[in-house]
Design a protein around this ligand. Sequence first.
Ligand code: ZN
Length: 348
Amino acid sequence: MNTLPPITEMERAYLDRDATYNGVFFLAVKTTGIFCRPTCPARNPLPKHVEYFPSAEAAMTAGYRACKRCRPLEWDDEPAWATALLDDIKRDPTSRITDSDLSERGIDPATVRRHFQRRYGMTFHAYARAQRMTGVLEQLDDAGTLDDAVFESGYDSHSGFRDAFVRMFGDTPGRVRNGRCVRLSWFRSPLGPLVAGATDEGICLLEFNEQERLEAQCGALRKQTGIPLVPGAHRHLDTLEEELMSYFAGSLREFTVPLLFPGTEFQRRVWEGLLAIPYGETRSYEQLAVDIGAPTAARAVGRTNGLNRISIVIPCHRVVSKNGTLCGYGGGLRRKEFLLNFERSIHE
Ligand SMILES: [Zn+2]
């Protein structure tokens, strides 16, 4: 089965270091015997020296070795220095690690910035700040006083703290105080990092880590639920991560993690209709409209499909146009094609 995009497209993708193609193909360089991800930071090889593969396994079978720069065998793993930094801010959320601290540890601040931007969609300092504020939020949950929380967070004044809090959570400490919030977490996947969100009721967000769409989806979610989004852990996120690993290993076809997808009555009907499309199959917008009892609303069904906030689990990738073309996909068409081909190959 050939799942590769056209050569010219793959050429453009690796020359542009287009991250939406990560996991979709791997390129191998005949002159060096090395294979890479499309986003490899190493120098661009000449197109005539490049051979393309649909999987890392295929490249290895053909005798290529994995590149040490972009490490194509790993699922976007954290480098050791990043794991150490994350451990540090988890252990002591009030600590401030500055650029000069990073340099002292022998870590280039520019590398840190790029890594966190790519992986989490924000700088390391913004990530650390978010962790700090989440710590504060948890204290408010435990009915600690605001004074204690301000002190612990390392802010010298109430007003400074209050401003930072509003910037982070979109609301004042008093109003977030009832403690309800969406916890956000980042997962690895063969298609690049995913961002997931959960409340006690269930998973309410799963998106590819691309800033523009992610911001729009987080904004919509905040508006729908009226509660802030903060980085953190949750048992539903643990379950989702396990289920996603099994899904990408080909051993899971139906997710069991609880879902939360607030919307209008029509939107909920469409998203429930998506959940009813079996693994490995597709439906057209027109069929889906009929299935949910709104046969004249194919267009609105298409629009609502695109607003799905829980990618992969609510399988909006299983909806294609009537003539079988893929149409659009929030996470990029290549990811949609990858998911459909992957499901079909497991299904057969
Ligand atoms: Zn490489």
